[in-house]
Structure formats: C-alpha cells, structure tokens
Design a protein around this ligand. Sequence first.
Ligand code: FA5
Length: 336
Amino acid sequence: MKEKLKKIVENATNEAKTIKTENDYLNIKSKYLGKKSELFELIKSIKDMIVEDKKKYGPLLNKIKIELDSIFTKYYDAVINADEKVTFDPTLPVSNDKGSLHPVTIIAKEITDVLKNIGFMVLEGPEMENDYYNFSALNVAENHPARDMQDTYWLDNGLLLRTHTSPVQVRAMEKYGAPIKMCAPGRVYRNEDLDASHENTFHQVEGMVIDKDISISNVIYVMKGMLKEVFKQDVEVRLRPGFFPFVEPGFELDCSCTICGGKGCTTCKYTGWIELCPCGMIHPDVLKTSGIDPDIYSGFAFGLGLTRLAMMKYKISDIRALNSGDLRFLEQFNVR
Ligand code: FA5
C-alpha cells in the first residue's frame, strides 16, 4: 500500500508541474482526486479494512488527498499570477483607446498656445502661497476689506492655498523685471458655497504685459483675440467697471452665457452673462513694490476664469461636473 501511495504522489507531483491552463488543472484534479482515480478507490476501500488498517490508512489517505489538492492549486496559481503580471506590465505601451485630456487641460493648452504665439512666456507658481504674494504685494494689506472678496483656506503652517493666480504676476516681476509678457495657468482654491458656477477648486490663467506705453486697448485686444481662438468665432462679451486693489482702472469682462444663449438660466443666475475675465491696468504701487518704475513702465493684467471658459465652450451647465471624476462625463472629451 505504502509503495502504491508513494507512486501516486510522485506521478501527481510531476504532472502538476506541467499545468499551463485551467483545463490542465481540472484534468489533473479529476485524474488524481476524481471518482475514477486510484486514490478514490483506495479511500473507498477503507470501510472494508480491518480496524488496525483503518486507523493507519484512513488518516494517511486523507492527508495525501489534501496535499495533492494543494499541490495542484499551487501550480495553477503560479500560472494565473504569471498571466496577471503580463496583463499589468507597466512597461507595455498605453492602449490607444483609453484616456483623454480633461476639458480644463484642453482649454488651458489652447489659451497658452495663443499667448505663446504672441510672445508670452508660460510660468508656474506654488499652490501653497504666503500672505505676501497672495495679498500684500498686490496692494491688499492686512485688514483690507478686499481680502473678504476671496474666502481663503489658511493652512496650519501659516501659509494659504492661493485664492487666485495673481501671485505669479508678482513672482514674475521680481524675477524678470520689465519689459515682460507672461501668462500662468493654474489651480486656485476658495472656501466658497458651491453652486452651478462656483467651485472651491477651479482654474484661472493669469496674464500680464509690462512695457512702455501699454494702454487698456492692448488688454481688450488680447482678451478678445484669445476668446475668438478658443470659441473659433466671435463671442458676445461686455466690459464693465470692476474693482480689484491691484489694478486701476479695473474691468470685468463677461461672456454671454452659452448655456441659455443669453436668455437666463441657473448657470448664469438668470442674468444672461458669465463673469469670465477681470482685468485692468496694473496699479503703480504694485509695480513699485516689485521693483518696477511706474514712471517708465505701465502694464495690464487679467485673470481669466479657465474653468468657466471650459463650461462656456463645451456648454457644461454645472461646474461641479468638471471635478466629479465621473468617467461618463469625461469620456465625452475625446482629445488626447
Ligand atoms: C481674481 O481672481 C483676480 N485675481 C483677477 C484679476 C487678475 C483681476 C489680474 C485683475 C487683474 P475674481 O475673483 O473675479 O478675480 O476671479 C477671476 C475669475 O475666476 C472670475 O471672473 C471667474 O471666471 C472665475 N471664478 C471666480 N470664482 C470662481 C469660483 N468659485 N468657481 C469658478 N470660477 C470662479
């Protein structure tokens, strides 16, 4: 009996090493553990054995049955794991039919391409900013009521999450001086109540030009050109006075709401217009603070609401869809 069992285990173990498919695994299991297997016949014969043999071979046969089962499973698992490794091989080229750019990324690229073509450099700034760059250097002193215009997320380390991309203006003036043409796309944060056109995490593009003889007509020309490129047609815009401590005079550029065609809807809060791109002539004090002589240079700046621009271009009626991560929404933007 012992010899017979030894042979069964030896043959089964050797055959287990040849398992390559699920079928191999099922066949070998049936051959060595199934109802027609030698082992099964031996197990069946226990009931006819004398008591001493029953005590001796009963537990042994059972042990062998369990052992063989685990040997077969071990070799089959190795096959499955090897398959998975191939499926998730990170060195394989990315499949072409998966993934596309986020609409905000698409618009950011379109805008920066337009600006690059007319000589703007593209800069980045930190999202975790300090009070100086986000406020003070932009003429928003401590206790200035304008601080309340942008509800700020303050961090435990005394820094803040930038509330706009305007701090990049200041960093650029300090680093490059004048003359300068720069833009800076990026994410900004505000402790806002959310609705169809307000997010707490959204994107802007800052733009700034400083040179001799810059006037407000330059900013209007650049902004209209930029919007025409993105919408691929003239869009209805309106310019009205706006207050920002870092520009004088300041303006608000609104875009006719593309969701309702200007008739009024929840996205534009029934005004027919979306606030898109505030702008103005850089305040002389802001130039001076960053080491630029306002008697020689003047400049304009704008802060385009990139996320709102994406809404207007793609007719997205609720801004919250953009940060939702919902693939059914994102898959519609088939741009890579
Ligand atoms: C600013 O952030 C100024 N830094 C812009 C600026 C730059 C003015 C340079 C003058 C010179 P404002 O808070 O209005 O301004 O925001 C600019 C744009 O960001 C808005 O017109 C709007 O399009 C967008 N925006 C503002 N708040 C939100 C929000 N909660 N969700 C989505 N977009 C927003």
